[in-house]
Design a protein around this ligand. Sequence first.
Ligand SMILES: Cc1cc2nc3c(=O)[nH]c(=O)nc-3n(C[C@H](O)[C@H](O)[C@H](O)COP(=O)(O)O)c2cc1C
Length: 189
Amino acid sequence: MSALPEPQEPAQPGADAADGRPTPQHPARIAIEPAAFKGVFRKVPTAVAIVTAMTPQGTPVGLTVGSFASVSLEPPIVSLSVMHTSSSWAVVRTLDTFGVSIVASDQADAVKAFSAVRTDRMATVDWSAGHHGLPVIHGAAAFVACRTRELITVGDHEVAFADVLDLEVLRDVDPLVFAGGSYAVPQPL
Ligand SMILES: Cc1cc2nc3c(=O)[nH]c(=O)nc-3n(C[C@H](O)[C@H](O)[C@H](O)COP(=O)(O)O)c2cc1C
């Protein structure tokens, strides 16, 4: 059995690797302005989804996310990231399962309702309990039933990794995308 390497003294915070490139331990010392960060990520189109869950008391909750993404095919795993300040996520994160309705191009009103400061979001849409009893937003392009596998705090967000329990394309319709600060419909070139 070979000996474990001696622990290394950490280099000075902010120091770069010998080749000049920043390392994960020593990220670039450039201050990134939030406006610059947002300006760049306006150029990154995202899908739009409504995350829903059902409390043990039978109360449905939901919020809009643009961070829903596929992570792994085998096994099927998805992710999303949510601000620590989200009151809806504070509920969803405590539940075992949640649903993700992938929003169709004609559902911008629902997206706005599920990101607005209001308590009656579910009353603004038609929905029903679908896979695993999770609320499905009627008219959605697709639905993914998820079981949370891991929650990780990353900066000011919590990243959720979830196993896919079930999924289904619901409508032959374009998904809504969010790009350049606007809602849009993807057009083939
Ligand atoms: C298109 C769009 C995408 C969004 N994506 C996210 C997201 O990925 N993560 C997040 O925390 N908030 C996201 N939001 C904002 C949340 O929907 C909103 O802040 C949240 O629902 C606030 O309400 P709550 O405190 O009741 O959760 C998005 C909003 C919109 C309009």
